[in-house]
Design a protein around this ligand. Structure first.
Ligand SMILES: C[S@@+](CC[C@H](N)C(=O)[O-])C[C@H]1O[C@@H](n2cnc3c(N)ncnc32)[C@H](O)[C@@H]1O
Length: 226
């Protein structure tokens, strides 16, 4: 009997002990086990490391970082970086959740992050990031959610170093008036997205397709026109 109980305890997944669970407005959420899997972490790094090409000690801002999972994943295969995670939603982007995620992802991948993470909560027109110049700025799948993209990009452009790169990833539509499946917000047409950045003195440097199976998901790299 004792042996069976012991076996059950060993087999019960960690989620059952609330390890992955957190509360927002009294509602329970789980960090999905799909994103903490070793295979997923390795795959995402294979897809994004050749694009972002992080170098030691770079300052990297991520705007609309959500709960910062992607950035922790990249950090597990990167030299020491300084991540400045920004979002408007403090319920998902906060220190206690970020610490849990770092713990889970490191354990699952069997490797420690060398990077440092800081959190900033912005508003709809400003990132509230400190006035420093970033080597790299990421806007991953969040530009289409900005209600005031012009103002946001004024702020973001000022914080990019003169030889820095701004990486913007989005699902791109080939036809007008299409909407994102999840949030229902309008999708960008490629020329529309590029024009938005041109207005801010940023020019398209390169385009990437991180996933073979998602041809409409594009990463655009912009650089300052000097
Ligand atoms: C689809 S999620 C993407 C999250 C994450 N970057 C990822 O790829 O998993 C879009 C995020 O953009 C954030 N967001 C919306 N408007 C924003 C704004 N003006 N400034 C910063 N973040 C914003 C939302 O709170 C949300 O976390």
């Amino acid at each position: 009997m004792f042996k069976i109980q012991l076996l059950l305890i060993l087999l019960i997944p960690a989620q059952m002990f609330g390890q992955y669970e957190f509360k927002i407005d009294g509602q329970n959420y789980n960090i999905p086990s799909s994103v903490t899997k070793k295979k997923h972490i390795a795959f995402e790094n294979e897809c994004y490391q050749p694009i972002y090409k992080f170098k030691e000690n770079e300052k990297v801002a991520s705007i609309g970082a959500g709960w910062g999972i992607n950035e922790i994943i990249y950090s597990l295969e990167s030299p020491k970086l300084y991540f400045y995670l920004e979002d408007i939603n403090a319920q998902f982007l906060n220190v206690s959740l970020l610490e849990k995620e770092i713990f889970l992802l490191q354990n699952s991948y069997g490797k420690q992050t060398k990077s440092e993470f800081r959190i900033y909560i912005g508003d709809s027109i400003s990132t509230k990031l400190p006035k420093i110049l970033f080597d790299k700025i990421l806007i991953e799948n969040s530009l289409h959610e900005f209600s005031n993209s012009y103002e946001m990009l004024c702020d973001i452009e000022q914080k990019l170093s003169n030889n820095g790169s701004l990486f913007v990833s989005e699902y791109i539509s080939s036809k007008p008036n299409k909407r994102h499946k999840g949030c229902g917000k309008p999708m960008f047409l490629e020329p529309e997205l590029i024009n938005l950045f041109t207005k801010h003195n940023l020019i398209l440097f390169k385009k990437y397709q991180p996933y073979l199976k998602k041809e409409d998901f594009i990463v655009f790299e912009f650089r300052k026109k000097i």
